[in-house]
Ligand binder design. Structure first.
Ligand SMILES: [Zn+2]
Length: 308
């Protein structure tokens, strides 16, 4: 017997942006539609999250930054660095997305595995937004879970093509969280932060080398840190057709990556909360299909676990 896989989604993840805006805001909606149209749509338990409350944000972001972000006081320069023009809708969406990651963590601890259909805003820092990231949902969720003693130790596995610089800095002084980032060394940010473990890959890395490198690091990190929870950022901007990423993974490479991460954690008995991370393609159908591989891999892994 298989149990339904919890998938976290809110229609408010997608808001209207000007059609020429480089951020593919429609992907969350298309991802939801694609998953609903697949077998997973019926088998999943769809959970609609609440917006995160400000107290959870205050654990990692400064009061001054939160006031500016929440009340519309981000200046021109700060907005440009964020990649977005400020609007009340934008704020509401990031509160929902962060609430979604928090709910994903909470659900994963109950069921062993849960996936958000957004999240992974790892460039947001304590006092500024950067690279389409306004609030660091990974750090907020980790800090929240630790503050409430849901878990004692959290490993963040960030496989987005960009380094998780914000997360690394926000959790640098939190010994109960271990940050592992595997990324393209040549991609943004030019100035890297220091994660607990960084693996910078050369431009053009393909499936086999990527997966071999992952296999040489992930089990060791799990064994050394012994986390009670893994938060997995499954960014698909490692794909060869991605507009921003410098790596060359195929569809098959992506599928094998996600399956490997989820199955390795399952075999170690560690719950996983997964978020979709970055992915930049003007073709929203192709992009959403790349993101959906995470949810399908989760279904395979959860199904196999329940069958045992
Ligand atoms: Zn990215």
């Amino acid at each position: 017997m298989t149990l339904p896989l919890p998938l976290i989604h809110h229609p408010g993840y997608t808001i209207e942006l000007p059609p020429t805006h480089p951020f593919p805001m429609g992907k969350f909606r298309v991802l939801r539609e694609q998953l609903a149209a697949s077998l997973l749509g019926e088998r999943a338990t769809w959970i609609r999250p609440d917006a995160v409350d400000e107290a959870a944000l205050q654990r990692v972001h400064t009061p001054r930054y939160l006031r500016a972000l929440l009340d519309g006081g981000l200046d021109h320069r700060a907005q440009r660095r964020s990649g977005f023009q400020w609007s009340p809708e934008l704020v509401e969406r990031v509160l929902l997305e962060t609430g979604g990651t928090l709910r994903t963590v909470e659900t994963a601890l109950e069921t062993g595995l849960a996936c958000n259909t957004a999240g992974g805003t790892h460039h947001a820092h304590a006092d500024f937004a950067s690279g389409y990231c306004l609030i660091n949902d990974l750090a907020v969720a980790a800090a929240h879970a630790l503050a409430h003693s849901w878990v004692g130790r959290i490993l963040i596995v960030d496989l987005d093509v960009h380094q998780g610089d914000g997360t690394a800095r926000l959790l640098a002084n939190e010994p109960r969280a271990f940050t592992f980032s595997m990324h393209a060394q040549s991609n943004f940010p030019a100035r890297k932060a220091q994660s607990d473990r960084d693996v910078g890959l050369p431009k053009g890395t393909t499936d086999e080398r990527y997966l071999t490198t992952l296999v040489s690091h992930l089990p060791a990190a799990l064994a050394a840190f012994q986390p009670d929870l893994v938060i997995y950022d499954a960014g698909v901007d490692v794909h060869t057709n991605d507009r921003l990423g410098h790596l060359d993974l195929t569809d098959s490479g992506l599928r094998r990556r996600d399956h490997y991460v989820l199955a390795t954690c399952r075999d170690a008995g560690i719950p996983v909360a997964a978020v979709i991370g970055g992915g930049y393609d003007r073709d929203l159908d192709a992009l959403a299909a790349r993101h959906a591989q995470l949810h399908h891999a989760a279904w395979d892994v959860a199904g196999a676990a329940h069958a045992n």
